[in-house]
Design a protein around this ligand. Structure first.
Ligand code: SAM
Ligand code: SF4
Ligand code: SF4
Length: 371
């Protein structure tokens, strides 16, 4: 781990710059999955539903960049629910079983419950309903928890970076109270959801909140996951010095409550799992900066306007929307997806330092592809 400071030069905000889909190329499909050039199967699909958000988290959509002059995509540019469902059905054919809805703030997308219900009615290659999860900032969750449950949503992850009101409201930068997010988490639990909490940790921003957050959720069944601050997008002015390595957090937590590592639930899990030795529950650490997990990365991202993005740090995605709207058949779209995944070689987190030193490296902003 180096302490070298690397400044990312903010660039013009780009949506997912669209690459044409390949018209030739090998397909590596075996054992019910597509495999990329590094031997990684395609297993999970993340779908960004909107580029809008009612927060302006300083590390994601800072106010200075996402102000009233910011150009959101026109509604016609977004994939419609019909288009999303058509693609989901194709991904399920390739053995995908887990789908995460994200954004922007996914609960801002109108009629999201009907999309969830329709996806839940589909079948995986094992004949089961796909697992559908959502990452949300929690602002609309309290009032929607019941409907989301009724629609069949399986799990929710709520982002919460601080309990201290001053700190939390300064992070979301719209003055939204942490107390309301806690109410939303309680509503989600009451509706019967398994709940995880995502806490992005940034040096000098919320390190002091780690222990209070854990204290609040010990013995509740809610799994808190600490995420290393990442150089996603180009708007947040990321610097390596702002990253608090998970190893440091593990040490801090252990001093208060001894913890021990657990085995992963499945290959490719983003968080390393730990549990309190006193039986108070589980916590997780997502160490994408200091302990890259590209070797097992089996996620693909569908951007709001229908580009297939192979890595969270990609500068562009493959334009499926033109296929969808240009009369391609499901088989033609499936073949394009198969070729794209089979040629995938991305492993950005393993080469981050050399890449970020190339000051021109551009990336798709987070809200177009979700976290
Ligand atoms: N708006 C929803 C939310 O905040 O939960 C969903 C979208 S948000 C982009 C998904 C996740 O990415 C959130 O948990 C957020 O904290 C995380 N995230 C955003 N920017 C990040 C960054 N620069 N580094 C690490 N995590 C980040
Ligand atoms: Fe919005 Fe989520 Fe980004 Fe915060 S992290 S600005 S809530 S999309
Ligand atoms: Fe996957 Fe890209 Fe993250 Fe590596 S850097 S784990 S390839 S999304």
């Amino acid at each position: 781990m180096t302490s070298k400071t690397i400044d990312i030069v903010p660039e013009e905000h780009t949506s997912s710059m669209r690459l044409p889909v390949p018209i030739a190329g090998a397909v590596n499909f075996k054992d019910g999955h597509l495999w990329d050039t590094r031997g990684r199967p395609l297993r999970d699909l993340r779908i960004s539903l909107t580029d809008h958000c009612n927060f302006r988290c300083r590390y994601c959509m800072p106010k200075e960049k996402f102000d009233s002059r910011h150009q959101y995509l026109a509604h016609t540019e977004l994939l419609s629910f019909e288009e999303i469902k058509r693609l989901v059905a194709i991904f399920l054919r390739f053995g995908v079983k887990k789908i995460r809805l994200t954004g922007g703030e996914p609960l801002l997308r109108k009629h999201v419950c009907s999309l969830i219900a329709d996806i839940k009615a589909m079948r995986t290659t094992e004949g089961k309903s796909p697992d559908v999860a959502m990452t949300t900032n929690g602002t609309l969750l309290k009032r929607m928890a019941h409907d989301l449950k009724a629609a069949g949503l399986d799990r929710v992850t709520v982002s919460l970076d601080a309990l201290n009101e001053e700190i939390f409201q300064s992070i979301n930068d719209v003055g939204f109270p942490a107390a309301k997010v806690l109410e939303a988490i309680d509503a989600a639990l009451a509706a019967g959801f398994p709940v995880k909490v995502n806490t992005v940790v940034k040096r000098g921003m919320n390190e002091g909140e780690i222990i209070p957050i854990l204290e609040r959720f010990r013995h509740t069944g809610v799994i808190v996951r600490f995420i290393e601050y990442m150089d996603a997008g180009t708007a947040n002015g990321w610097r390596m010095d702002d990253v608090v390595p998970s190893a440091e957090l593990v040490e801090r937590v252990s001093k208060v409550w001894p913890i021990e590592p657990l085995n992963p639930n499945y290959t490719g899990e983003t968080a390393t799992r730990w549990r309190y030795k006193d039986g108070a529950g589980e916590i997780g650490f997502v160490s994408s900066v200091t302990q890259a997990f590209c070797k097992t990365c089996s996620r693909v991202r569908l951007s709001i306007e229908g580009s297939l993005v192979l890595c969270l740090f990609a500068d562009r995605g493959y334009d499926l929307r033109t296929l969808l709207r240009g009369g391609a058949t499901d088989d033609e779209i499936a073949l394009a997806i198969a070729r794209i995944w089979s040629a995938r070689a991305d492993h950005y987190s393993e080469i981050r330092l050399s890449e970020t030193q190339k000051r021109s490296h551009s990336r798709i902003e987070m809200q177009y592809i979700g976290g």
